[in-house]
Design a protein around this ligand. Sequence first.
Ligand SMILES: [Zn+2]
Length: 330
Amino acid sequence: MRNVANALTVDIEEYFQVTAFNGGAPVVRWDDYESRVVPATEEVLSLLSWYETKATFFVVGWVAERHPALVKAIRNEGHEIACHGYAHREICEQTPESFREDVRRAKNILEDITGKCIRGYRAPTFSVTDGTLWSLDILIEEGFQYDSSIFPIRHDRYGIPDAERFPSVVSRGNGNGNGIWEFPMSTLRTMGMNLPFSGGGYLRLLPPSIVSWAIEKLNRQGQPAIIYVHPWEFDPGQPRVRSSFVTRFRHYHNLSQMKRKFEYLLARHKFTTVSQVLNGCAALAEPVLSTEDAESEFDPSGSSAWHVAAPRVPAGVVEANRSLNASMRR
Ligand SMILES: [Zn+2]
């Protein structure tokens, strides 16, 4: 199933900005830490270049402000730049007002650097949950066209276990046509549960052959997978931040294996940007993503060689989100 286009995503943040570390690395002290995001991201970029693969980079505004040349370099290599908030704060820690301020600030910084419209958002620690669905309304109002933050699993820190598992339009408002594309994190459905496999600690924990098998399983269903990685996962020599045993395990486990596992997947599957995968979905429903300035995110000639997966669209636009939308209107 090499011809199914999956989404590859990289969350650009420093190793000390991980939200589980907030007790050990408060925002006011971030400038005191050694910055390692540039060389770690350059390693990811060189791997993507070697395998001729494009990806979406969700960039933290605080990082973009300090490393605009890095953002430009990512963009100049034809990748998509998207938003990972300004201060990498979980949405549940914010009010609607401070969330709006945070995403607007990050979006403006990224648009100033790239000169391009920023369409996509990913919440720190997948913090779009049942309690923070209001954030989707703000994303729509702030001009975002897609979100990729919902994890349809049970977890102690995030997740909406009964959320739709595949890309689709989430309707918001009272049927006034407002909506936003959601590309949830990939899961395997088995024994009545959704199991995560496609990024971060899960990707580092599992043998790459299992992750590859899971991607193929989704692709055989006509669905795209989405992979997510972080530059600090390619940096086994990063300074250690004081934290609990669970946090240390989640953050540091198998860092030395990440490059090998990532290459295993790059060599076996077709990946591209989130916008390009969603444009394939949107083409089967109605165009949702703007094609303005989309030369690198959406290349019709490049995509014609692929089967872009068709996740239950157009029927899915209404049907597949029924349970999620119902929970949103509560
Ligand atoms: Zn993050």
